[in-house]
Design a protein around this ligand. Sequence first.
Ligand code: DHB
Ligand code: FE
Length: 279
Amino acid sequence: MAKIVGCINTTHVPALGRAIAKNLQQDPYWKPFFDGFPPVHQWLNKVRPDVAVVFYNDHGLNFFLDKMPTFAVGAAEEYQNADEGWGIPTLPPFRGDPSLSWHLINSLIERDFDLTTCQEMLVDHAYTLPLKMLWPEGEVCPVRTVPICINTVQFPLPSASRCYKLGQAVGQAIQSWEQDQRVVIIGTGGLSHQLDGKRAGFVNKEFDLEFMDSLISDPLWATRYSIDELVELTGTQGVELLNWLAARGAVPGEVRKVHANYHIPISNTAAGLMAMESI
Ligand code: DHB
Ligand code: FE
C-alpha cells in the first residue's frame, strides 16, 4: 500500500523563477528565503518520496475567469509549463502518475467531491517553482506529480473547512492506493499578501505565525474563519493558504514539525516554508 511520508507547504512567487534562473539564491534579497530549503532537502533525501501530490492554485494559465472549477485534478501523463506573461523561463514538463490520478478522482467523487478531471493541464509558477525549489538538482523533476488545483482566485471560493476535508479525503484515498509507493503532499501559495486594491502590500505576520503553528498543534484552527474573514486577515491573495490547509488535511493523525522558515517580503508577499511528518 502507498505511504504518506509527510507534507511541505511553501510560498510561490513568479519572481522566484527569475532568481533561480540567475542563480541569485545567495543574493542578500533572496537568501533569507532560499536558506530555508536545505533542511527540507535533507529530509526529502531521508524519506525518498516517489510521487508528489500538489495542492496549488492556477493564476490564469490553465483556467481563466470564464471557466473556473472549484477543485480540479490532473490525470495526464505529463504536465507542461508555459509562458505566463511574466517573462520567467519555463521549466521542462513534469511527469504525471495517471494511476494515482484516477485512483484519487474515483475515490474523491465517491466521497461527494464533484471535481473537474483534466487529462490535459498546463501548470503555472504555483506548481513549477515550489517543485524546483524542493528538487533543485537536474533538469527534470525526479518525482512523479499529481496536481490538485483549488480555486483561490475567483469568488465564490471553497471554505477553509471544505478544503481541509478535501485534503483528508485525498489522504485517505492515497492510503488505499494499492501501490508500494511513498507519497509526499505539497501545498503552495500564501502567506498573507494582497497584490491589488486599496490594501495592496498588506501582510499580517501575527496571523501567519499563528496559522503555521496551528498546522502542528490544532490543524482545524483556520477552519473557524469564513472566506471573507480570511481575506480581511490575510489579504485577497493570502487566501492561497487554503492550499496549505488542504495539504495538512491529507497527512493522517498528528504531525511533528521538521522545519519552518518565515520571511517578509519576497516580492509582494510574506513568504513561508514548512515541512512536517506524521508522528
Ligand atoms: C506574487 C504572486 C503570487 O502568485 C503570489 O502568490 C504571491 C506574490 C507576486 O508577484 O508578488
Ligand atoms: Fe499566487
